[in-house]
Design a protein around this ligand. Structure first.
Ligand code: DC
Length: 227
């Protein structure tokens, strides 16, 4: 039986940075693979953008699904997302793709396709998987479940600093507005909305350092392993 860790939370809560650091930190205990499920929704969104499919046209999206094949592979431990044979990992981190992913992940058929892939990965390996519906829907029996959040102001500031560091022009208020819109959409959609699983541990990282958050999750994993 594989040992699975589910980390859910809103955009910009630091899930992927933290999940990666946790995987590294518990490597002696367990050989986890880190699965970033947002990257799968982003790769799918990139396909829809390239094809010029309207994000509100559910039947066009459903019809296109048969032509989309998403897989993942690992290069030096880093997850790569493959869209119809092309490694698109470097193309999916834009706001445009993120917003399209948020808009198109509301559809049942889109979710079914990716959830199946995610469940299969977790069956074969010990995973630390991050997303929006991992603890509630993809891995309801995960051994450790975390709901990681932070205030929208803190998340916007982190994103702003990241973009500034890369030399990208940006506006803090606009970033926060975008985050609030995205939260609303992710939390209020009909199909597996973002919410804390009943048995998930809530971690609000607004006033915590990265190390404090990582240590808290590592402690949960160690406790469960010892149990
Ligand atoms: O985590 P992210 O920003 O890369 O995710 C992009 C979008 O994909 C997010 O706004 C909602 C969607 N998503 C989802 O619906 N379910 C997941 N498990 C992961 C992401």
């Amino acid at each position: 039986m594989s040992f699975n860790v589910a980390i859910d939370g809103p955009a910009g809560a630091g899930k992927s940075t933290i999940a990666r650091a946790v995987a590294k930190s518990v490597a002696a205990l367990k050989n986890f693979i880190y699965v970033d499920t947002g990257a799968m929704y982003r790769a799918m969104a990139l396909y829809f953008l390239r094809k010029g499919i309207d994000k509100t046209d559910e039947s066009a999206i459903n019809a296109a699904l048969g032509q989309v094949e998403i897989t993942i592979r690992y290069e030096n431990g880093a997850q790569q997302v493959i869209l119809n044979g092309e490694n698109v990992s470097g193309l999916i981190r834009t706001e445009e793709v993120g917003n399209m992913a948020s808009a198109t992940s509301v559809y049942k058929k889109v979710r079914e396709k990716l959830v199946e892939l995610q469940k299969n990965l977790a069956k074969k390996a010990d995973v630390i998987m991050d997303g929006r519906d991992i603890g509630t829907c993809v891995l309801p029996d995960a051994d450790v479940k975390v709901y990681l959040t932070a205030s929208s102001a803190v998340r916007a500031k982190r994103r702003y600093n990241e973009l500034k560091e890369k030399g990208t022009a940006c506006d803090l208020d606009e970033i926060e507005k975008d985050i609030i819109d995205r939260d609303y959409r992710d939390m209020h959609r009909e199909n597996s909305p973002l919410k804390q699983a009943e048995d998930a541990v809530l971690l609000d990282s607004s006033d915590m350092t990265l190390k404090e958050v990582v240590d808290a999750i590592v402690a949960m994993i160690e406790k469960k392993q010892g149990a």
